[in-house]
Design a binder for this molecule. Sequence first.
Ligand SMILES: Nc1ncnc2c1ncn2[C@@H]1O[C@H](COP(=O)(O)OP(=O)(O)OP(=O)(O)O)[C@@H](O)[C@H]1O
Ligand SMILES: O=C(CO)[C@H](O)[C@H](O)COP(=O)(O)O
Length: 312
Amino acid sequence: MNRPIILGIVGDSAAGKTTLTKGIAQVLGPENVTLICTDDYHRYDRQQRAELGITALHPDCNYLDIMQQHLSLLRTGQAILKPVYSHKTGTFEAPKYIKPSKFVIIEGLLGYSTRAARDAYDVKVYLAPPESLRATWKVKRDTQKRGYSEEQVLAELQKREPDSENFIRPQRQWSDIVVSFYPPTEDKDESNDHLNVRLVLRPTIPHPDFTQIIQPDSNHAESAVRLGLDRDMGKPVDVLEVDGHATLEQVNNIEHIMCNDMPYLKNVCDREINPELGTIAGTTGETLQSYPLALTQLIITYHMLKATQIYQ
Ligand SMILES: Nc1ncnc2c1ncn2[C@@H]1O[C@H](COP(=O)(O)OP(=O)(O)OP(=O)(O)O)[C@@H](O)[C@H]1O
Ligand SMILES: O=C(CO)[C@H](O)[C@H](O)COP(=O)(O)O
C-alpha cells in the first residue's frame, strides 16, 4: 500500500517540538513533508480560555475527535480541511486545505492522548527536557516571539502544571523514542551550547544495532557516547547518550551504523550537502552546531525511511 509516512512529535510547550520538526523536515526535503501543529485544534481562542479558566493543555480545550479523524484521513493519503490557530493574535484564521506529502509530521501537545490517534503514526517521539530547561526555553521563546512578559510566562507555567502532570507527561509511555536534551552540568541551564542528549529507545520499533559503539577495553562510562540498558516508566529500554562535546569521529561512528542499514542516509549525513543538520540558534541569534541534535534528527529520519520501504 502506498501511503504517507506519519511522524508524531509530542511534548509540553517549549519542549523543542518545532525545533526538532524543522530539522527533520529539512533533512527529508521540505517539498516532501507536510507539517501540522495540533495547536490548530484548540477548541477556544485565547480570550475564551482566559474567561473559562481552562489551559490549552486540557483535552477539553481541544477538538481531539477532529484531530484523530484528520490523522486517520492523512494516513490513508486523503486531504483535510484543517483549522488554523494564530499564536500572533490568539484567534482562529480561515481553515486550510491540506494534501499530505510523502511524509507528514504532526507536532503538538496532545497527539498521543487517544488510542485511535496513536494508531495513526509510524514513528512516535516524545520530547522531555528537564523542566528547568523547558522553563528557560519557554521564557525566551514566548518573550521574544509571542509577546509575553517573563512574569506572564512563569505564572502561566505554574497555572499549567496540573494539566502537564495529568495530560501531557503520561503520553511519554506511548512513544517509541524519548528525546531529552540536557545541560552537561546543572548550573548551565542558561546556555544552549553543547547540550547533551539522552535517547530512550523502546523496543516498539526496530532500532539500528548500536552495540558496536561499546569498546570492550575502554571505560564506556567515561565516553562521550554511551549505550546502556534502563527502565522507562517501568518498561525495559535501551538508552543512547551523546554528549555535546562528542567528537566528529565519535558521531561519524554512529552515523555509519545507521548508513550501513540505510544507504540513502549517507547523503543526509554529508555536512556539505546538508549544512543545516544539527544547527540551532544560539543566545544572540548566532548559528550553533549540535552533534547530539544532528544524531537525534538522523535516528528519527532513519525510522521514517525504514517505514517507506514497507509502505511506499
Ligand atoms: N535542541 C535544542 N537545543 C537548544 N535549544 C532548543 C532546542 N530545542 C528547543 N530549543 C529552544 O527552545 C525554544 C522552544 O522550542 P520550540 O519552539 O521548538 O518548542 P515547542 O515544543 O514547539 O513549543 P510550543 O508547543 O509551545 O509551540 C526554541 O525557541 C529554542 O530557543
Ligand atoms: O502551549 C502552547 C503550545 O504552543 C500555547 O501556549 C498554546 O497553544 C496557547 O497559545 P497562546 O500562547 O497563543 O495562547
